[in-house]
Design a protein around this ligand. Structure first.
Ligand SMILES: *[C@@H]1O[C@H](CO)[C@@H](O)[C@H](O)[C@H]1NC(C)=O
Ligand SMILES: *[C@@H]1O[C@H](CO)[C@@H](O)[C@H](O)[C@H]1NC(C)=O
Length: 628
């Protein structure tokens, strides 16, 4: 009965968690027109229109795929001049900064020089286009501090010399001012991989960003950009980044290599992750048409690119109310040989006419599509052949198309908090269950009885495993080792190693100490979860299985031996070998062999495992002898 109550409690906790996530990822804004104050009116004129390009995760590498910078140079030389963007933003991971084995990491001057070459070439072919770049985690591997000579971003990037970290740039056009705020959340000091996968904003930087945001309030629009999605940044003072950027129209980021996740936060700001250049050669054109933003993500050889700025995509409505007399769309690269047929809900409504450059317009009667969602389609033909079709949903009554659930979870849920919670939950429950079972003198009182559970099979299965864990808790030596070890994982240092050249760091699950600074725990919790799930938990169950192993068999000796091998020895060897592999590969390759020798958790695991098995087998044989 007690157990039944406990399981009910677990189910309840789980439901609450799901409820919280559901609430967080909900993008319903309760009506998208906050005020009718600034109504935007769009007609058929070529006014107040401009666009820029974003690129992310280039990963110029000394060892891998030399085509990354080559293709970028090609893009700059042959594609970009036709697009003719006002400016260019690059959201981090400019270089790869990894050794050939992909685990060790440091800054390589060759990679940075190559990156600089590409910028120079790009600017040469594109009228010195403004190049706004910002660091990603790879650009901060093994960088002791911003002013250090190892910070090659300072010397070899578009902005580094004047803006080594976060900065603001205001783009002034005849018809308005547009602010760009670059957010650099890379850890400082920057450890070698993997412990800067998650960004961190110090209080000082948050104040700076806040100041820049306030300064930009007189701009017509503000855009933020940075490497990490907001769900993967921790703030030192616990402030909410989405609140910090609430006045921005959009936040452009990269990092996840997930070919474009988009969502809209409760504050109204869009968060738009872009797929990488590294593997997918993705780029994004963002058009701003009388302060209505629209964009398109595609691979660099995909042409032409079609962007509707009116009507707006049903996922990306403008925050203000928009009225219009014309359908407006941009087609890159501009060409005179195109015909553009427009269809709404599969009915042809006419042929759009080129106004100037990439802009095409067609007069329409929006009253006809006042309610609900509609499809708009552009069919672009060159010399009579269809070369591209683009179709999207729009609405004029505020109906929106929901964002995919994956994008909402990844970009909106506080993944770091959930990781932390899950790790402590696993570790604490592990220790607690062992302690409670040890107190229990007679296991029969804990067994599930009666018809509380539907299947007899499930009931017996659970009872069998409770008994096995109980046996472990009763074997004093094993009990002490497992509980102490798991507690140690939660509080003690995992390893000591040179996490930055010349600087020894100490890694705890709750943070990384290096150069006198504490980088709060983040990815470390993922390693913690991995340790529990891949080692501590299977070890516990298998030890229980050994202690509970039948002491006499009716079958022949031979059958008995093969059964023992399959059920006792093979799982043991697999578990230990896997742990050896993890111990030897991950941290030592990232941080040097010192991480292995001075690594009580990973290397300790192997010895602890071997000792526990030894204890379990002797315990088992003793009781065998005893009962026979
Ligand atoms: C930008 O803001 C200025 C000043 O508020 C205003 O005069 C101008 O019309 C705005 N530009 C656009 C494109 O809305
Ligand atoms: C955001 O905009 C509002 C209204 O213009 C302004 O009062 C506020 O100070 C701005 N906040 C930030 C952080 O920019």
């Amino acid at each position: 009965m007690k157990l039944f109550a406990i399981s009910l409690m677990f189910v309840a906790c789980f439901c609450i968690l799901i409820g919280l996530i559901q609430n967080v990822v909900n993008t319903d804004h309760g009506g998208i027109y906050p005020t009718d104050r600034n109504i935007i009116h769009l007609n058929g004129d070529d006014v107040n229109l401009w666009w820029f390009v974003q690129l992310s995760d280039i990963h110029v590498s000394k060892f891998q795929d030399p085509k990354r910078p080559e293709d970028l140079a090609k893009f700059c030389q042959h594609h970009l001049p036709k697009i003719a963007p006002e400016l260019f933003i690059v959201t981090g991971d400019l270089t790869d900064a990894k050794y050939k084995n992909e685990r060790g990491s440091t800054q390589f001057i060759e990679e940075w020089k190559r990156y600089e070459e590409v910028i120079t070439l790009c600017q040469k072919y594109n009228n010195n286009v403004k190049w706004l770049d910002v660091r990603g985690n790879h650009d901060a591997f093994n960088v002791p501090d911003l002013d250090h000579k190892k910070n090659l971003f300072r010397t070899y990037s578009g902005q580094g010399e004047t803006n080594p970290s976060s900065y603001k740039y205001t783009h002034k056009l005849k018809f308005g001012e547009y602010s760009f705020i670059a957010m650099d959340a890379t850890p400082n000091p920057g450890p070698r991989r993997p412990f800067n996968f998650i960004g961190i904003l110090r209080e000082k930087q948050i104040n700076l960003l806040n100041k820049m945001s306030l300064e930009s309030s007189s701009s017509n629009m503000t855009f933020w950009f940075g490497h990490y999605p907001t769900s993967l940044i921790i703030t030192e003072d616990g402030s909410n980044i989405r609140q910090l950027m609430r006045n921005a129209s959009a936040y452009f980021c990269g990092h996840l290599h997930l070919s474009g996740l988009h969502t809209r936060h409760k504050t109204g700001t869009y968060e738009l992750e872009l797929g990488d250049w590294k593997h997918n050669r993705m780029y994004r054109i963002v058009a701003v048409d009388s302060n209505v933003m629209a964009f398109s993500d595609q691979a660099f050889h995909e042409e032409p690119v079609i962007i509707f700025t009116n009507p707006q995509h049903a996922r990306f409505p403008a925050p203000q109310k928009v009225t219009s007399t014309h359908i407006r769309l941009l087609i890159f690269p501009p060409s005179h040989a195109l015909t553009v047929d427009l269809y709404i809900d599969k009915v042809k409504i006419g042929e759009a006419q080129n106004v100037k450059g990439p802009l095409y317009v067609l007069p329409w009667k929006p009253e006809q599509f006042k309610s609900g969602l509609h499809h708009i389609t552009a069919v672009v033909k060159e010399n009579g052949f269809t070369i591209k079709e683009k179709s999207q949903l729009f609405s004029l009554d505020g109906t929106t198309e929901p964002f995919p659930i994956l994008a909402r979870i990844v970009l909106m849920v506080d993944l770091l908090f959930i990781g932390k919670l899950l790790f402590y939950f696993l570790a604490v429950v592990y220790v607690l269950v062992l302690c409670l079972l040890r107190k229990c003198a007679d296991i029969r009182s804990l067994k599930l009885q009666g018809d509380a559970l539907p299947g007899r099979f499930i009931k017996n299965f659970i009872n069998r495993w409770i008994r096995r864990v109980w046996l472990v808790s009763k074997a004093t030596k094993i009990f002490l080792i497992l509980t102490c070890f798991t507690t140690y994982i939660m509080i003690g240092p995992w390893f000591m190693a040179e996490v930055i050249d010349g600087h020894t760091g100490l890694m705890f699950v709750w943070g990384l100490y290096v150069k006198g600074a504490l980088l709060p725990g983040s990815l470390t919790y993922v390693y913690g979860i991995f340790q529990m799930v891949s080692y501590n938990i299977p070890l516990l169950f298998h030890l229980g299985y050994i202690l509970d192993y039948p002491q006499s068999f009716s079958e022949s000796n031979q059958l008995r031996l093969s059964h023992r091998i399959r059920h006792l020895y093979i799982p043991m060897i697999v578990l230990l070998i896997f742990q050896c592999y993890v111990t030897l590969i991950e941290f030592p390759q990232a941080y040097g062999t010192k991480a292995m020798i001075l690594g009580p958790v990973r290397s300790g695991s192997i010895f602890i495992g071997m000792y526990c098995y030894y204890a379990a087998f002797t315990h088992h044989y003793k009781s065998t002898v005893h009962t026979s």
